[in-house]
Design a protein. Structure first.
Length: 66
């Protein structure tokens, strides 16, 4: 069976599309995982604040409230 350039291009396009779709799916999965981790961090930060009855300053926040 001889494969024409057109057929080869179509196969390449399909493979590229499949790779793009897989990458997009993986990116969406990673975004959801990150969102869950951030929610967990927030919940644990709140629990820590309640347990210590103190003020927990989020990482990166400026201290002193100015």
């Amino acid at each position: 069976m001889t494969v024409t350039n057109y057929q080869a291009d179509a196969l390449t396009w399909r493979a590229d599309r499949a790779r793009r779709e897989a990458a997009e799916t993986r990116a969406e999965e990673l975004e959801a995982t990150i969102a869950r981790h951030l929610a967990t961090i927030d919940a644990l930060t709140q629990q820590l604040a309640e347990l210590t009855q103190g003020r927990v300053v989020p990482i990166g926040a400026k201290k002193g409230g100015s």
